[in-house]
Design a protein around this ligand. Structure first.
Ligand SMILES: Nc1ncnc2c1ncn2[C@@H]1O[C@H](COP(=O)(O)OP(=O)(O)OP(=O)(O)O)[C@@H](O)[C@H]1O
Length: 242
């Protein structure tokens, strides 16, 4: 996917929110987008999603299936969570939403009307509708805001899995939630200009390794190891010696 000299302004004589963004996204990229409030992160994400069109410049090669989880999921809709997700699954050609709802621990929310959801719960519904169609481009606007600890921990592995099957993942994030993943690209928006920084933020504990042993049911071993590796840890099976 290629952005070529992309600029965007909301009003004809208004200021350019995005100026001359020239950037390429490759399958498997995970990108963290930062910038101060009002820098234009949501605007850039909407341009990438195809929900807004560049004022000038072009965006080419957008993957066919785009999943977009907005920063504020629109809850003013007369559905329960299940009815909404079923509807979205039909729109998405029979996509499976149930495994995602389970993974994001939403069982207790399924019968709740959208309008009665808390901010974090509504956000999870937005995540499920974005993930269910196996997007080639997954766009997450402030995905960690308001999420409970379990879901915050799950999200990086989900991003890594989407990338591992060739999807592009881009998330605006103030909280560094994706930084543990290996090979994350860092974009920042400053005065309308999109900059890529090559410097990876230093690990929190640069020279210290801790080794832990974890016991998991044999049937879950492969999934557990894959999840740990997706999050950038070195993980291997140890032969039981006792
Ligand atoms: N619909 C709109 N009409 C006019 N201006 C808008 C509109 N939406 C956003 N803007 C302006 O565009 C600029 C960028 O907004 P945007 O929401 O993209 O920033 P952001 O980086 O996502 O901010 P935040 O971190 O607060 O979510 C801001 O100056 C904002 O006021």
């Amino acid at each position: 996917m290629q952005l070529s000299k992309v600029s965007f302004r909301y009003r004809r004589r208004g200021p350019s929110v995005i100026q001359d963004a020239d950037v390429r996204l490759a399958p498997g990229d995970v990108i963290e987008l930062t910038g101060v409030n009002g820098a234009g992160k949501s605007t850039l994400l909407r341009l990438l999603a195809g929900l807004a069109r560049p004022t000038t410049g072009t965006i080419a090669g957008r993957p066919e299936v785009v999943g977009f989880a907005p920063d504020r999921f629109p809850t003013a809709q007369p559905f329960t969570v299940t009815a909404y997700l079923r509807h979205m699954a039909r729109v998405r050609g029979g996509a499976r939403w149930e495994p995602w709802a389970e993974r994001l621990t939403m069982d207790h929310l399924l019968d709740v009307p959208l309008g009665e959801l808390s901010k974090g719960s509504a956000h999870k519904v937005g995540l499920v509708q974005a993930l269910m169609a196996e997007p080639g481009l997954l766009i997450l606007d402030e995905p960690f805001a308001g999420l409970d600890a379990d879901t915050r921990e799950t999200l990086p592995s989900i991003a890594a899995e989407v990338a591992a099957r060739g999807g592009i993942v881009i998330a605006s994030d103030h909280q560094g939630g994706l930084r543990l993943l290996p090979a994350v690209r860092h974009w920042s928006l400053v005065d309308g200009h999109l900059k890529e920084s090559t410097a990876t933020p230093p690990p929190e504990h640069p020279s210290e390794d801790a080794v832990v042993a974890v016991t998991v049911p044999a049937g879950e071993l492969d999934r557990f190891l894959a999840r740990m590796r997706a999050e950038g840890y070195r993980a291997r099976e140890i032969e039981e010696t006792r």
